[in-house]
Design a protein. Sequence first.
Lengths: 524, 184
Amino acid sequence: MDIQTFDNLIDGYLDDRLSADELAVLNDALGLSAEARKRFWDQTQMEAALIELAERKVGEAASHRLAAEDAIQILRQLEELANPDLREVELPPLPIRIGRENPLIRATKRMNQWVTLSGPITRSLAAAAVIGIVVLLGWQLLNGSVTPPIAETNPTPKQTDDAPPKPIPQRAHAMLTRSFDAVWTGTAPPMGQSLDPAVQYSLTRGTVELKMSTGATVKLQAPARFAIHERNLIDLEQGRAYAAVPEQAIGFAIDTPQGRIVDLGTEFGVRVNPRGPAEVVVFKGLVEAVAADTTDEPVKIPANFGGQLQRGQPVANTIQQLSAFDIDLYTRSWEDVVYHPEVGGDAVYHPQAPASLLDNAFEADHIQVVAEARGVVLQAPLSVIKLSPGYGKQLAGGAQHTDIPAGTKVNAFLVHLDRTGVTGLGVDAVVAELTFPGEVLGVISEHRPLLASDSILGAENTRYPAQNQPSFRATSDPFNSPTVETVRLETDRRSLRVTMITSNVDAIRVIVRNTDDDEKPLQP
Amino acid sequence: MNDSPNNPPQDHNQPERREDVQRLFMRNASVIRGFIYSLLPVRELVDDVFHDVFLVVIAKADSFEPGTDFLAWVYVISRHKVLQAMTKLRGKRTNVLAPEVMESLIADAPTEAFNEDTVDALKLCIESLAPAARRMVQLRYEEALKPAQIAERLNIGADSIYVTLSRARAMLRRCIRQRLSAAQ
């Protein structure tokens, strides 16, 4: 069994998703091979280290969010610990561990169960740890490090369940202006025309953009169920929405089963999951949020903060600062959605191709992914290396080829590695993880086909090598050597894992189906 | 006598022996938790087993021979508690290793803890992940979401989650190896 397959089995075991057959294979491998057992321990120990690190981090963050009433409860617990009547308890001490849930409550609950008052070291360490965290929290509260959200005294009226149903006007209030890879269940709104205010729409795949009659634009990601019954309001039953609201549309609101979000001049995002709280994130300006079934005042959420709405629960307690990924998840531009790849691993993406890709002209110690031709309609069949999803393909002589038919509209991206100043052998492999919006149709890696396709699929105004470039090295044992250059297409047919090793320059061209014209909603 | 994690000082009376065993346990807490988690990768059960093991270790502190392999002794205790906990796995987990495989794994279990250098390297490596992978790591480990829950949270198919998680783990392993090698 090759290392990649074994590692996949361990990942599957850790994620509890192995089939019975796969589990049997893993059991066999572990039972028979000491090397497999060693690798098992390496992988699972790293998993345990990840959990350890996460729990430390969560413990630190949670202690900062601990509310004052929790601190009071802790202090009461400490008073009980000092009770001399408890000295008769002979239970052994417990190492205090800050866990994932409210850490101080958890720690003191454990302390009440197990603490010994006859062990001076443990008791004093335990009490000191708790006191230390409480003191830190108190200091932070006094110094404003932990800032409670601002509650407003003039709430925006919210329709309650007891109110009579709102009349649905016959006039439309929004139009579908863009769609990508969209699949609808039931009624599909026609592109460029108004949405029917009497209809609840169900987007089962893809991303669409709506323009409200007030000027607000809303991007919706599937799976999404929504309706637009009123001017400047979306009823969002499920899905992820990103709204950009100009000044004239202030007051634009999104109603969810968990509560309402009202825009006060902003860009914000909302995610509605039918089985949990709704999430709101604010990128610019300010929104007001109030949970359903509460008498709470609406809470203002400023830019770079987010919160959760849950029926009957105060929003204020959920406000926290956004991470970079939260922001990225919501604010990808339309270009990002339809064209640019997501790039990870030892790789960087260049949406603008450099002036030259000659040897030494575009050097780095990581892979560079360069955007090349876009929207090219092939005038003749294009021969590419055939990739089978889920399997690594060795990019050397003997690879199976297939033709992309003439008339196919494609985009091209060059995956390029030119080591900084290295001219000898013995360099490490470099790995890029790429996900494209469109289907990966194949790759070109042999030097003659690369040269031949430069003029058709290369970037305009970029100088490409005229000389032959070194091709990928072949090996008789492709999957057991970490230095073999391989491309692996994942089962989604859009993600590629590229492993490259070179002492000089190497490149492969990835051919991706163009999706720019995917504007018309597809019928299910 | 050198003060290594596996060799407590000798010639102590019982209360001090108990405290020495306590200290050894605390010093090796990370590797013991890692051992338990590897055999029983269900986070909500690991804490309980860990605490149960601790109670037994303290209760049997007198039976530990100073100078012998502390972790091997703890592993024997942990094995019993892990097997007990496996009866609670129904409904929580489908992938459970065969008992004879667990015995082989226990025999080959590591005796060295991942130290603070590894944890520091891991922190830096996580920060160097691509945003999507880093977020996946955060959701999986800090928020302790299962892959299916992450898929629901992000409105993405479960297959994509598995792929991203596997890649992230592979990148982290490679990164840690590189950082620790560079540090030597």
